[in-house]
Design a protein around this ligand. Structure first.
Ligand SMILES: *Cc1c(COP(=O)(O)O)cnc(C)c1O
Length: 631
């Protein structure tokens, strides 16, 4: 997709090459051996935390910084394995999630530290944490007199590991004197407690460029890495490129006579005959209301003033001086190469915060990521409802897997099933999806005059597309041999014979095999010590490819001392009924269904001489589901 083919109403382009260049320029300010934490809170200041983190880690970031559990968790779900520091204080109810996702919280008080430590102990794990000291900003962090108790207390908690200590500047870009005081205070307090400055960090990005916090092991890079200055003197020290560009298109053009007034409350009036362009972006898209009558946009390389109030979904610009403008023309609202459109310059027009403007931009815009001039990926709009068409296949595969794992409450099975689904449904497109419907299996045990075994009478029926003009029923007496029959697609029924019985027509008998009403003929073959019964009929040929009803009746022996009987679902099945009918003498039968699929708990009904389980007729049941009857 080329940039000029983007046909959205508005969109955000993220230039990862510029981000990389900014990082390299900033890294030149690091002291030798000093590392950095990439701050990616608020979705990397609106730039997309997953992509930004990937580049930052490749550029050597030691860790990532986020605002809260949710942001950290999202990065983990997206596959990030790097250390993630949560910068804001956690709520007590977030501690469990913080441990679940191996995130590093910031602790400012001992009470929370103790709660976290006991929670970690109860899970047999150790929580990595960082401590925050308030060196003068007086926002979060422990003030000096409380810090001693926090540090000494944490040191004694066996289930906490303090990985770092940090503090934050209040005015690193604008107040060098106060910043030096903070730096000295931080160093003094660390020394007082015998703490190593290599394990500490203080500077944010503008502090780094001002030469602050170089004695500490790390610094924390945010806004400058995104190519946005926070103070005019910075541009003399470092060259930075804006990473984000916010774009839209002209949706309407109109000519207004001199004297016309424009927009809500009519605050702008034309002093000449004016051509105006309507842009489908307003404050709901993150274009600040305070840019009303103050903003400028760039069209065809020319700056055009925003006229009148910014509305919720539209704004108007004066394009009188532009020749040959047509609806559909691209508009740069923020970022790009024109200095006027730098975030810091736009926000300065309304005395706003460049940080805020960055985070609010593009609420309705899809993000497109470029690297070395090429579109590498895009991120869908953040919607409240999941809309699958927003996502590329690779991401959908990941979503399918995690959704299945979550739904059946097993990571392992989730991975297996989703891989099977992808294989069967997507990769082998030519392969027909086979599944069984109306599956009914009953096993009846009855006395046959023997002290050691029952007679077992089994009936299996189901509906399935006929693959061949024959199929096989197999009887084996080892799990290993039976396993092989699970892999063979011609085998429709398998029976595991107790090792005490010799396999043969005397011990395992196919009483009747039918496809629809057609009675099939059978022929017995022995392979190793297994018996294979081939079931066929000349008239089956005409039924291949159509759905037929299978019915297989057998009679065999079952040892009385087994004390359990299990039935497994071997194929994708829709609607399952399994019955165990026994001599009434067998009291207290336990029925343990292990079902994966639409419903984990089939209905169980018990009578004096039977136990039956059933799903609803339309319910999907996945292979490897089954039931054990123990008596
Ligand atoms: C946001 C934040 C930073 C990054 O600051 P910039 O000014 O964007 O470089 C660093 N440290 C902490 C604690 C923060 O919250």
């Amino acid at each position: 997709m080329k940039p000029d083919r983007i046909s959205d109403r508005s969109w955000v382009e993220i230039d990862l090459s510029s981000f990389r260049q900014n990082l390299r320029a900033l890294k030149a300010f690091l002291a030798p051996d000093q590392g950095f934490i990439q701050i990616v809170k608020a979705d990397a200041y609106g730039h997309g935390a997953a992509e930004i983190s990937r580049v930052a880690l490749a550029e050597g970031a030691a860790a990532l910084g986020v605002a809260n559990l949710d942001e950290g968790k999202l990065l983990r779900i997206q596959g990030c394995k790097a250390p993630i520091l949560i910068l804001s204080p956690a709520l007590e109810n977030e501690l469990g999630g913080i441990l679940d996702y191996s995130l590093t919280p910031t602790l400012s008080d001992l009470g929370m530290a103790q709660k976290l430590s006991s929670l970690a102990a109860s899970r047999n794990s150790v929580a990595s944490v960082q401590l925050k000291l308030d060196s003068g900003m007086h926002r979060s962090g422990a003030v000096e007199k409380d810090f001693a108790a926090l540090w000494e207390g944490c040191r004694k908690l066996p289930d906490l590991k303090v990985e770092g200590i940090f503090s934050h500047f209040a005015a690193s870009e604008s107040d060098p004197d106060f910043s030096r005081q903070q730096e000295e205070a931080f160093l003094r307090i660390l020394n007082k407690h015998g703490l190593n400055p290599r394990q500490a960090h203080l500077a944010n990005s503008s502090a780094l460029v001002n030469g602050l916090g170089r004695q500490f092991g790390l610094c924390r890079l945010g806004i400058l890495s995104y190519g946005v200055f926070t103070h005019p003197h910075q541009c003399a020290r470092i060259g930075l490129k804006p990473v984000m560009t916010f774009k839209s298109r002209v949706v309407q053009l109109k000519d207004l006579p001199k004297g016309s007034r424009v927009g809500y409350n009519l605050i702008w009036q034309a002093t000449r005959r004016t051509r105006c362009a309507i842009i489908p972006v307003g404050y709901a898209d993150g274009y600040d209301f305070l840019l009303s009558n103050r903003g400028t946009v760039s069209i065809n390389g020319k700056l055009c003033p925003v006229i009148g109030r910014v509305s919720m979904d539209m704004l108007s610009v004066d394009v009188t001086d532009l020749k040959e403008l047509r609806p559909g023309e691209e508009v740069i609202l923020l970022g790009g190469t024109d200095p006027e459109l730098r975030v810091e310059n736009l926000s300065a027009r309304f005395s706003g915060s460049p940080y805020e403007l960055l985070c609010q931009v593009g609420r309705r815009a899809k993000r497109y990521f470029y690297d070395r001039g090429k579109l590498v990926t895009s991120a869908p709009l953040a919607r409240r409802e999941f809309v699958s068409s927003d996502y590329p296949d690779s991401q959908l595969n990941q979503i399918i897997q995690s959704a299945i794992a979550q739904r059946i409450n097993s990571e392992e099975m989730g991975e297996l099933i989703s891989r099977e689904i992808l294989r069967v449904f997507f990769y082998n497109k030519d392969r027909e999806i086979l599944y069984r419907r109306y599956f009914a299996h009953s096993i009846r045990l009855e006395e046959c005059g023997s002290a050691s075994h029952w007679r077992a009478i089994t009936t299996l029926s189901f509906v399935k597309t006929l693959q061949n003009d024959f199929f096989t029923v197999a009887c084996a007496n080892t799990e290993q041999a039976l396993k092989e029959y699970f892999l063979r697609r011609d085998v429709e029924y398998r029976w595991l014979m107790d090792g005490n019985f010799a396999i043969g027509p005397q011990t395992f008998q196919l009483s009747s095999v039918r496809i629809n009403r057609l009675k099939l003929s059978t022929s017995i073959h022995f392979r190793h010590s297994c018996m294979e019964i081939r079931c066929s009929h000349p008239r089956l040929k005409s039924l291949v490819g159509s759905e037929v009803r299978f019915r297989i009746d057998t009679e065999t022996l079952y040892p009385k001392n087994s004390h359990q009987l299990s039935v497994f679902i071997t194929e994708l099945t829709r609607g399952v009924k399994i019955g165990f009918i026994h001599p009434g003498a067998l009291a207290r039968i336990e029925c343990i269904p292990v079902f994966a699929g639409q419903n984990k708990f089939p209905r169980v009904s018990v009578t004096q001489d039977s136990v039956r389980i059933a799903t609803k007729p339309g319910e999907w049941v996945f292979p490897r589901s089954g039931v054990v009857f123990a008596y």
